[in-house]
Design a protein around this ligand. Structure first.
Ligand code: JB2
Length: 215
């Protein structure tokens, strides 16, 4: 079977997702084709040779016309508590597509870790034993998740973030670039940790914290 993936979104994050898909296609043995992407406008320029197929409203007709089988949400922004990424995930599933999981070949993932469908693990990321990653999560470039972490659906762990053992990150959180989350801390649903922050204690649902220690 040929996997024909459409990316939902056509900005900077989509470029990184498409590059990772192209690396997978070259290295994974999966019969994988990146068919194109949808964007807010159907006039977007190609990304890394991959064409804009239209807008999300075109998805149902694109499935038969482009023989699409799978999708990946390729909008990175989670402004508004992660709703856009969650909404796009539901929309593409409702159209009849299956979420595809993107694993860059240069990432390191322990055999006992579990990555749910529709998530992306970017170049250089490290995921240690017994970690659980939910659906539609971004584990971005060189982020690391140590043993026994649990990452909720639609969360984004930005480049270079370091999440120590036993941390729980609830749905739709944003862990900023270079942030450090100390072991066994719980980050509440929809919380944002600013880039470079160091989290030493639990963070409430929806809170925005920054600095060292983050507050
Ligand atoms: O509803 C939508 C929609 N809304 C915006 N459907 C679809 N299919 N696409 C949508 N978009 C598109 O997302 C915009 O037209 C635009 O092409 C793209 C957003 O691009 P931008 O480069 O502004 O952001 P991004 O989400 O791709 O990347 C952000 O997040 C990444 C994790 C940036 O902050 C990056 O620097 C960051 N690495």
């Amino acid at each position: 079977m040929t996997v024909r993936v459409v990316c939902i979104g056509g900005g900077g994050h989509a470029a990184v997702v498409i590059d990772s898909l192209q690396e997978m296609a070259r290295n994974s043995g999966v019969n994988l084709e990146v068919a194109g992407f949808t964007d807010a406008t159907d006039k977007a320029l190609p990304i890394l040779g991959v064409p804009c197929l239209g807008t999300d409203a075109d998805l149902r007709s694109l499935i038969s016309r482009e023989r699409l089988t799978h999708f990946i949400v390729a909008v990175g922004s989670i402004k508004g508590g992660g709703n856009l990424r969650a909404q796009l995930f539901s929309l593409a599933e409702a159209a009849g597509l299956v979420p595809f999981t993107v694993i860059h070949p240069s990432s390191i993932i322990a055999g006992s870790a579990r990555i749910a469908c529709g998530s992306v693990v970017m170049a250089g990321a490290v995921i240690q034993p017994r970690v659980q990653v939910g659906q539609n999560v971004i584990v971005n470039t060189r982020a690391s998740l140590d043993h026994d972490c649990c990452i909720g659906h639609h969360a984004h762990v930005a480049p270079g973030a370091i999440v120590l053992g036993g941390v729980v990150i609830d749905d739709s959180c944003h862990i900023g670039a270079g942030a450090i989350i100390l072991q066994n801390v719980r980050i509440g649903r929809g919380a944002t940790i600013a880039a470079g922050g160091t989290v030493v204690r639990d963070v409430a649902d929806g809170a925005v914290v920054k600095g060292t220690p983050a507050r």
